[in-house]
Design a protein around this ligand. Structure first.
Ligand code: HEM
Ligand SMILES: [Ca+2]
Length: 267
């Protein structure tokens, strides 16, 4: 937000310009630092999702900072080794990257395939559920838009988008069991997401110098279920299970005709 002239030009930040320009006037108007505003908006935003986490919110970051160097943010076309190495530099283990990727249950793409903006990564983009962790393990069959783009791989459902990085981290021997574990344990997914987000939120800061203002973050509505489902039209045979230690759980499929996924509303 402070260095958007520089940082929004980095390829990995493509699309971030819009929300930065939306939010900056609020931070300036209320005399809140950019770092605090971004953390606050993220915590409030995700609390609106059914079944979502209630993130800690600490205030007190200063606006004294420098532009980040380019090429530090992972790209969806990066190999898992590279993603884990970059995230490792920031103090996150491969399993913590999986925990962070629960965010992709409430996410959509605009720029990887610009012909289909708003195409979500799971069938329930307004629900903070574990559908993302099931659907990324389904065998890929179609490209939802104009064919294969850099960082995109085959998706299992019409209207759903699959990032190459999500596909590979779901199947990587280092992370496949953490990935699979969330399919039958919504609480664990949310608790681990809250924990890893607390870590992400204070990177580069001493948390002891910040003030805990978490009580201003709304309490999200409860999750409907602890266990995810197969989308309608899919069976367990469509799952590419990758965790060697634990068999893939027996989960049921939604009834009805094959699931297709609608785009999220334009932002
Ligand atoms: C591990 C490396 C990651 C890669 C390669 C990656 C990649 C991407 C890409 C390519 C998009 C689509 C952007 C667009 O086309 O507009 C996206 C969307 C998104 N990502 Fe990630 N991501 C990663 C990790 C994360 C993390 C750690 C978080 C948060 C904790 C996150 C949260 C989101 C959200 C919320 C969206 C949706 C934005 C929207 O709907 O407008 N991602 N990600
Ligand atoms: Ca979801």
């Amino acid at each position: 937000m402070a260095f958007s002239q520089i940082e929004t030009n980095f390829h990995a930040n493509d699309g971030v310009d819009e929300i930065v320009e939306e939010q900056r006037p609020f931070a300036l108007k209320h005399g809140v630092s950019f770092g605090d505003f971004i953390q606050f908006a993220g915590a409030v935003g995700v609390s609106n999702c059914a079944g979502g986490p209630r993130l800690q919110f600490l205030a007190g970051r200063s606006n004294i900072s420098r532009p980040a160097p380019d090429l530090t943010v992972p790209e969806p076309s990066d190999a898992t080794n590279k993603i884990f190495a970059r995230m490792g530099d920031a103090g996150f283990s491969p399993n913590e990257v999986v925990d962070l990727l629960a965010s992709h249950t409430v996410a959509a793409q605009d720029r990887v395939d610009p012909s289909i903006p708003g195409t979500p990564f799971d069938s329930t983009p307004s629900s903070f559920d574990a559908q993302f962790f099931v659907e990324t393990l389904l065998r890929g069959q179609i490209f939802p838009g104009n064919g294969s783009n850099v960082g995109e791989v085959l998706s299992p459902l019409h209207g759903e988008f699959r990032l190459q990085s999500d596909f590979e981290i779901a199947r990587d021997a280092r992370t496949a069991c953490e990935w699979q574990s969330f399919i039958t344990n919504h609480n664990s997914m949310v608790t681990k997401f809250e924990a890893v987000m607390s870590k992400l939120a204070v990177l580069g800061h001493n948390p002891r110098t910040l003030v805990d203002c978490s009580e201003v973050i709304p309490v999200p509505s409860k999750a409907k279920t602890q266990v995810a489902k197969l989308p309608a039209g899919k069976t367990l045979r469509d799952i590419e299970a990758a965790c060697r230690a634990t068999p893939f759980p027996v989960i049921s499929a939604d009834p009805g005709p094959a699931t297709t996924v609608a785009p999220v509303p334009p932002s």
